[in-house]
Design a protein around this ligand. Structure first.
Ligand code: HEC
Length: 178
C-alpha cells in the first residue's frame, strides 16, 4: 500500500512540475506580440500607397490629404446614405442648406462653388473629421463634444458623394419639386 502511494506520488511529480509557471515558457519569448510595446513610427514624409491614412492631428493637416477611396458607384451610394443620416439635418437633404434649422445654425450650401471647387477633398474630410466652427466633429471626440460615429473610410465616402453626386441630386430634386 505504502509502496503504491510512493509510486503514484512519484508519477505525479512531472505533471506538477510541468504546471509550474515554466509551462508557459514557450509563449513568453522576447518577441513582440500584437498590441505590445510602442508602434514603430513611419519614416517622416512617408506616404501610404495602400490602406487609408488616418494620421492628422487637426483640420489644418488634412488640407493636402489625397482621397484614397475611389469614387465608385458603391462608395457614392454609401456616402449618400451617410450624408442623409448625419449631414442633411443642417445642410439640407441635397445640400442646399434648406432644412428647417439650416439658417438657425448658419449651415452653408454644399453645392456652391466654394465647397465644390475651392475646398480640397482633404479639407472636406478634415471638416467631417474635426468639425468646423459651429459644425460638430464626426471622427474625434473633443472637449466641445462631437463624436467618432463615422469611420475613416465612411468619411471619404461622404466626400465622394459631396463631390460627385450632390450637385446632380440637388438638380434632380429641384426638377422634381416643379
Ligand atoms: C449641427 C449642424 C451641422 C451638421 C450636422 C453638419 N454640419 Fe457642416 N456645417 C455646419 C455649419 C453651421 C457650418 C458653417 C460654419 C462652420 O464652419 O462651422 C458648416 C460647414 C461645413 C462645411 C464647410 C467647411 C468650411 O471650411 O467652410 C462643410 C464642407 C460641411 N459643413 C460638411 C458637412 C458634412 C459632410 C456633414 C455630415 C457629415 C456636416 N457638415 C454636418 C453645420 C453642420
Amino acid at each position: 500500500m505504502r509502496k503504491t502511494s510512493v509510486v503514484v506520488a512519484a508519477l505525479m511529480v512531472p505533471s506538477v512540475v510541468m504546471a509550474w509557471p515554466w509551462s508557459t515558457d514557450m509563449m513568453n519569448q522576447p518577441s513582440i506580440k500584437p498590441q505590445e510595446g510602442v508602434m514603430t513610427p513611419f519614416p517622416s514624409r512617408s506616404v501610404p500607397v495602400t490602406g487609408v491614412p488616418t494620421q492628422a492631428a487637426n483640420r489644418e493637416e488634412t488640407r493636402d490629404m489625397i482621397n484614397p477611396v475611389a469614387a465608385s458607384a458603391a462608395s457614392i451610394q454609401q456616402g449618400r446614405n451617410l450624408y442623409q443620416i448625419y449631414c442633411s439635418v443642417c445642410h439640407g437633404r441635397v445640400g442646399k442648406a434648406d432644412s428647417p434649422i439650416s439658417s438657425k445654425v448658419g449651415a452653408i450650401d454644399l453645392t456652391d462653388a466654394y465647397v465644390q471647387n475651392d475646398l480640397s477633398e482633404g479639407w472636406l474630410w478634415g471638416t467631417i473629421t474635426f468639425g468646423s466652427y459651429v459644425m460638430p466633429s464626426y471622427g474625434v471626440v473633443t472637449e466641445q463634444g462631437g463624436s467618432n460615429d463615422l469611420s475613416v473610410e465612411e468619411r471619404w465616402h461622404v466626400v465622394n458623394y459631396i463631390r460627385h453626386a450632390l450637385v446632380d441630386d440637388a438638380a434632380a430634386a429641384a426638377v422634381a419639386a416643379k
